[in-house]
Structure formats: C-alpha cells, structure tokens
Design a protein around this ligand. Structure first.
Ligand code: NAD
Ligand code: MG
Length: 388
C-alpha cells in the first residue's frame, strides 16, 4: 500500500483502543487517524483526537455533545454524538477499522464498517457472538476481511491454512484459567469486583476481566471461533494454559499441531492486524523460552466454571441462543460490578435466562436487538427474584 494507512478506532479510550494508539504513535509515518469514538469519556476522547490529529471525534452519549464540542473547539476536528454518529464514523472512508467497543453496543458500528467495505480488526467479540451469522454474511457479500484481534483468534488466524481448511482437524483455544483457577466455589462465593478484575497475566477493561474470572470469556471466544473459522462445534476445544505463552493452536488431520506464541501483550495481535498482510515492529517483550522453562496445560473444570458449558450448549443450539447468552451475561456482569449480585450469581443468572424461553433464530439485525433486549429484561427479572 502506498501512503499512510488510514485507520479509525471505535472504543479509542478503552484498553484495546489505547494499545492500538500506542502502536500508531510509534510509527506516525505509517498511519493516519480518521475517526475516534468513545462512550462517555469526553476528556479522554478529546486528548486522543488532538494527539493523533483525528479528522472526527464521536462521543456515544448524546448528552455530552456540547461538552465534546467545547473540548475540541478551535482544533479543526469535527465532532458528533450518539449511536448513529458512531456508525457514521465507522463507515467513513478508511483502510482499517479497529472495532474495540465493549459489548453488543458494537454490533451496528461493526456492521457499518463492513457495509462500507473496510477491513475490520475485530476485538469486540460480543458483536460476533450476538450477530455472528449476519455479520459474516455481510462480510462475505462485501468481500470484507475480518482480522481477529482477540489473542486466541489472532493466533488461530496465523496458524490456519485458509487455502486448505479441509486439512484442519480442530482448533484449540488456550485459557489462562483467570484469577480463580485454583479456587473452590466456596472461596469464589464472596469475591469482590475489585478482586475479580485482577487478572494474573493480562491488563484489560473491567467487563472482559470479569468474564475472564468466570471463564465466560472463554465461552464467548468458543462461539467467536466457531463463527470466524466455520468449524463444527466438536472441533472447537479449550485447554487451560496458565502461563499465557501459547495463545492458541490449530491441529491438522495428519497430527501436526501449529501454535502461535508470544508475550501476553495485546499489542502483538493488534500489530498483526494493523500491519496485515505485512508485519511491523512492536516494543513488546520478546519470549525467552529458556527462562520460561516450562509450559503447563490442564482440562478446564466444568463444575467450578459452569460458564463454559453454558456457552458450549448455546453454540451447539445456535439460533438466538448465543445472543441471549451474551445479553444475559452483560447484564449480570454489570450487576456484579455494581455490587448488586454475587460472583457465582453471574453464571446462575445466565443459565436461568437461557433455560427460560426459546425465541426464533434472528433473520435481521433488528431481530438480534429484539432478542438482546428481551434477554436483558429476563436477566433483570431473574436478578430481582434472586434478591427477594
Ligand atoms: P474497555 O472497557 O477498556 O473499553 C471499551 C471502549 O468502548 C471504551 O472506549 C468505551 O468508551 C467504549 N464503549 C463502551 N460502551 C459503549 C457504548 N455503549 N457505545 C459506544 N462505545 C462504548 O474494553 P476493552 O478491554 O478495551 O475491550 C474492548 C473489546 O475488546 C471487548 O469486546 C473485549 O472483549 C475485547 N478484547 C479485549 C482485550 C483486552 O485485552 N482488553 C482482549 C481481547 C478482546
Ligand atoms: Mg482472548
């Protein structure tokens, strides 16, 4: 590609957004920032927009429109507010969109980028879990490449023979096991949000940190992988690997297993998508295998971490189930972070919502949002009955 790569960053103030901008910052001759978006952090967004000389800055919360305007007055950077404005920013002419919004709130912006024909770096796994079939169909129609940013899926993408997928027997997602890998359920009962967000290997946003503690993150990733790599559910597997050095593996029919390794630093998979199909330098720590000395693996414990089985059954059932699982989980995690429910209640709420009813498979994005809204209402009801 000649000239600078023009990129937009959705969720620019978050953990993945900031890691992306850190890389962009180190190579200003390679990238030009078009649009940046955030939900409520006006100051953070204005800083990012100025620092990277973005063309447009968009705040999701409509009520903050004039605050953003004042923060960027005189900068020459255009401003806008609201959910539709984020979609418009996602659809701006660019070479690459980093989709780093958290939650199903990312569905429409990701679709807008796909429909504009732009290559998407997808960190926002919830959007794929909620609307995977529709999203991939739109990408196929438009000839859009979706590059997975999630470290496991990025690892699989790098090891996957995209030309000859028939040779692949299975994909194996690694899981660190989270902060409670060795805890009993009794010990997990009383953990606080402050404790649960402390991940042993990765530094991430609050929602994914809680998902990593319940292992729902791995469940969501299983569904994400099934959509991205189009394998039967039985061929998508999980192994716990506490050191987070191997980020995932692809097993071939002849018994060969290819793995991608690296320091647990999101800037490595982000750099892979930013530079793709080329490679770029990163400041990330290099692996010293002799120092690491050993790598451990174990089966995930389905009894202590019921989220994995919930996600697997939602993946196998397909239809509306993955969107219900995701929406119920988003509500339960938010309630846990607000100290409204306990840690073990998160998976319990998701299980109750999934077992409560069975809507039809979504045919359109509007169907997805109706399913999402209904599942959130069910989750709220379940949480009230839990508290009663
Ligand atoms: P974060 O909470 O740090 O950042 C989220 C970003 O999304 C922020 O910029 C926020 O302003 C924006 N946002 C939140 N709600 C929004 C809404 N309703 N509308 C518009 N924008 C909204 O999250 P994160 O850890 O950076 O994760 C982002 C996504 O990437 C998640 O889907 C997560 O699962 C995935 N992911 C993150 C990591 C990681 O290391 N952090 C790794 C793999 C995948
Ligand atoms: Mg991951």
């Amino acid at each position: 590609m000649s000239g600078r790569k023009r990129i937009s960053i959705l969720g620019a103030t978050g953990s993945v957004g900031q890691s992306t901008l850190d890389l962009v910052d180190r190579d200003p001759d390679a990238f030009e920032v078009i649009a940046v978006t955030a939900f409520r952090d006006v100051e953070g967004l204005a800083d990012v927009a100025r620092k990277h000389a973005a063309k447009v800055a968009v705040i999701g919360d409509q009520t903050l429109e004039s605050e953003l305007e004042s923060a960027l007055a005189g900068s020459g950077i255009a401003t806008a507010a609201g959910a539709q404005a984020i979609c418009d920013a996602a659809a701006m002419d660019a070479d690459f969109v980093m989709a780093a919004i958290v939650g199903a709130a990312g569905v429409r912006p990701v679709m807008a980028a796909i429909e504009a024909g732009t290559t998407v770096g997808l960190a926002n796994k919830e959007s794929l879990v909620s609307a995977g079939s529709l999203m991939l169909e739109a990408a196929r129609k438009r000839g859009v490449t979706i590059l997975p940013v999630d470290s496991e899926h990025n690892a699989i993408f790098q090891c996957f023979d995209h030309e000859r997928p028939g040779g692949i027997a299975s994909i194996i997602l690694t899981a660190s096991g989270g902060p409670f890998r060795e805890w009993t359920r009794e010990q997990m009962r009383d953990v606080t949000p402050e404790r649960a967000v402390q991940h042993p290997n990765w530094s991430m946003g609050a929602k994914i940190s809680i998902d990593s503690a319940t292992l729902m993150n791995k469940g969501l990733e299983l569904i994400e992988a099934r959509y991205l790599f189009d394998l039967p559910p039985d061929d998508c597997r999980i192994v716990v690997h506490p050191q987070s050095v191997i980020h995932s593996l692809v097993e071939y029919r002849d018994g060969s297993v290819l793995a991608q390794l690296g320091a647990p630093d999101m800037r490595i998979p982000i750099a892979h998508t930013l530079a793709w199909p080329e490679r770029m330098e990163t400041p990330c720590e290099r692996l010293n295998l002799a120092e690491i000395a050993r790598l451990d693996f174990e089966e995930p414990d389905a009894e202590r971490f019921p989220a994995i089985a919930l996600a697997r059954s939602a993946m196998e059932a397909g239809g509306a189930r993955p969107a219900i699982l995701n929406a119920a989980n988003e509500e339960a995690v938010a309630a846990f972070l607000a100290n409204r429910i306990g840690f073990l209640d998160i998976a319990e709420i998701v299980a109750r919502v999934l077992n409560g009813y069975a809507p039809n498979a979504p045919q359109t994005l509007d169907d997805v949002f109706a399913i999402d809204a209904e599942a959130r209402a069910h989750a709220q009801q379940q949480m009230e009955s839990l508290a009663a």
